[in-house]
Design a protein around this ligand. Structure first.
Ligand code: UD1
Ligand code: MG
Length: 477
């Protein structure tokens, strides 16, 4: 087997996106298109990758650097970027990458805007190329191929797979060629030495006055190099993204497939058409997910978890039997969020990075928890804030109470020991500790720690003035 070097074309303007963001950085299922392409190539265990940048080069290059720096199973191949200035077409793009490609290898060319090609399809394509042929990934949709390049095959299909004569771009096609329903996906494999020879032969005498990569096919045929096509059935796998409409349609299809996978694994999604996964979701048995939920990053839902409608859940682990009620927002960020078994959260709750709820904890409506642990059975049921706090078992934290964890410069911790009752509308000015079993009177602003078992009240004493006369409005003449 020859070593594989990859070229990813990502310099194009993406005019039809009508966006300032480079096309390949637009997101599909929560990740830039280019991330999908890089991941797909990395999964093949290739020798190196070259990303051709141009429009928005600085942004695309920064993204490539961050992608290359991230740890991944199986390691990361070397990733280089080369600039294509100006952008004179896909053939011109690969010409810029050519000097970085060692002659002994096979080059796999990928379009930065074709995000969903599967690794096993690429393996089959590489096998078809066998280190000596051009191999093209194509699809026959059986209907008009739109703006895609048409695959022109030899009239007599007597030479098996290896009978492609040319790829004709839609804008250069004759009516007969336009009618061809088999189209080029933008993915090809070529022996590097041959590829370089044919790249040098390209010209821009065509409707778009561009150097088309697809013209290498013609030159290869003239040279007697075999050109094979791997025709696959699944259009979605090779769909290119050229417009917001295409991106949205592909997103729906990706989401539908993710939903079907979960349903087949036994997850009860209320409606697969109203489900969005932008990361990885692992589910146990008898998990129920209502409509309109969005899952991001890495999320685990253990056995029997129920997620109410319209929740956003990112980077979190929800333990068995926990219930997340409607409109709850959970974002674990880099630290993660843990919801313990049997816990009840929401509706309208917000769990932020470092929130760790023990078993049977209750977090109710309009309660925000950040970087805090709540031990088993603790409750904060209404309108409250817990930040940088350690909350003991069975604590009851009243409505409207907050930990004042930030003094304007530094953050401090609040410790609420087991079995404490904090009344409503309390301000606990950190750092302090509320001793076990203590009670804090409603409306208190505490600035000092309290002993265990005590009632602590810190507010103006109530006074009543008997027979108080309210002021009356003075008459103006
Ligand atoms: C290309 C193919 C077409 C195929 C389609 C599949 C050519 C000439 N046509 O058309 O046959 O059906 O992909 O999706 O190759 N790019 C550069 N530099 C450039 C121009 C483009 O890097 O100068 C990059 C773009 O960023 C993009 C990719 O190449 O990632 C494809 O370019 P695009 O303009 O989308 O080509 P298509 O018209 O889609
Ligand atoms: Mg395209």
């Amino acid at each position: 087997m020859n070593p594989i070097d990859v070229v990813i074309m990502a310099a194009g303007k993406g005019t039809r996106m009508k966006s300032r963001l480079p096309k390949v950085l637009h997101r599909l299922a929560g990740r830039p298109l280019l991330a999908h392409v890089l991941d797909g190539a990395a999964a093949l265990g290739v020798r190196s990758m070259v990303v051709v940048t141009g429009h928005g080069a600085a942004e695309v290059e920064a993204f490539c650097a961050s992608w290359a720096a991230a740890p991944r199973d199986g390691g990361t191949p070397s990733v280089r970027t080369v600039r294509q200035e100006p952008q004179l077409g896909t053939g011109h793009a690969v010409q810029q990458a050519a000097p970085a490609l060692p002659d002994d290898g096979v080059t796999l060319i990928l379009n930065g805007d074709v995000p969903l090609v599967r690794a096993d399809t690429l393996q089959r394509l590489i096998a078809l190329g066998a280190g000596r042929r051009l191999a093209l990934l194509t699809v026959d949709s059986g209907r008009d191929a739109g703006a895609y390049g048409r695959i022109v095959r030899a009239a007599a299909e007597d030479d098996g797979d290896v009978h492609v004569r040319a790829i004709v771009e839609a804008r250069d096609a004759s009516p007969d060629e336009r009618a061809i329903t088999e189209w080029y996906s933008g993915v090809m494999v070529a022996p590097t030495r041959l590829l370089k020879r044919h790249l040098a032969q390209l010209d821009n005498r065509n409707a778009q006055q561009e150097y088309y990569l697809t013209d290498v096919v013609r030159h290869a045929v003239v040279d007697g190099t075999q050109v094979a096509a791997l025709r696959i059935e699944d259009e979605v796998e090779v769909a290119g993204v050229n417009s917001p409409l295409q991106l949205a349609e592909l997103e729906r299809e990706v989401q539908r497939r993710a939903a079907v996978r979960l349903l087949e694994a036994g997850v009860r999604l209320a409606d697969p058409a109203r489900f969005d996964l932008r990361g990885d979701l692992a589910c146990g048995q008898d998990v129920e997910i209502d409509v309109g939920c969005v899952f991001e990053g890495s999320v685990t839902l253990a056995d029997g978890v129920r997620i109410g409608p319209h929740c956003v859940i990112a980077n979190a682990r929800i333990e068995a039997g926990a219930v997340i009620h409607a409109f709850t927002h959970i974002d674990g960020g880099g630290q993660g969020v843990l919801v313990g078994p049997g816990a009840l959260v929401g509706p309208y709750a917000r769990l932020r990075p470092g929130a760790e709820l023990g078993p049977e904890v209750h977090i109710g409506n309009f309660v925000e928890v950040k970087n805090s642990t709540l031990a088993a059975g603790a409750k904060a049921n209404h309108l409250a804030y817990l930040g940088d706090a350690s909350v003991g078992e069975r604590v009851n934290y009243g409505a409207g109470s907050i930990t004042a964890n930030y003094d304007g410069a530094n953050k401090h911790r609040t410790v609420i020991e087991a079995d404490v009752h904090v009344g409503s509308n309390c301000v606990l000015v950190a750092p302090l500790t509320i001793g076990a079993g203590g009670t804090v009177g409603g409306g208190s602003t505490l600035t000092k720690s309290t002993p265990p078992g005590a009632l602590s009240v810190a507010r103006g004493k109530q006074t009543s003035i008997a027979g108080w006369q309210r002021p009356v409005k003075q008459k103006t003449s």
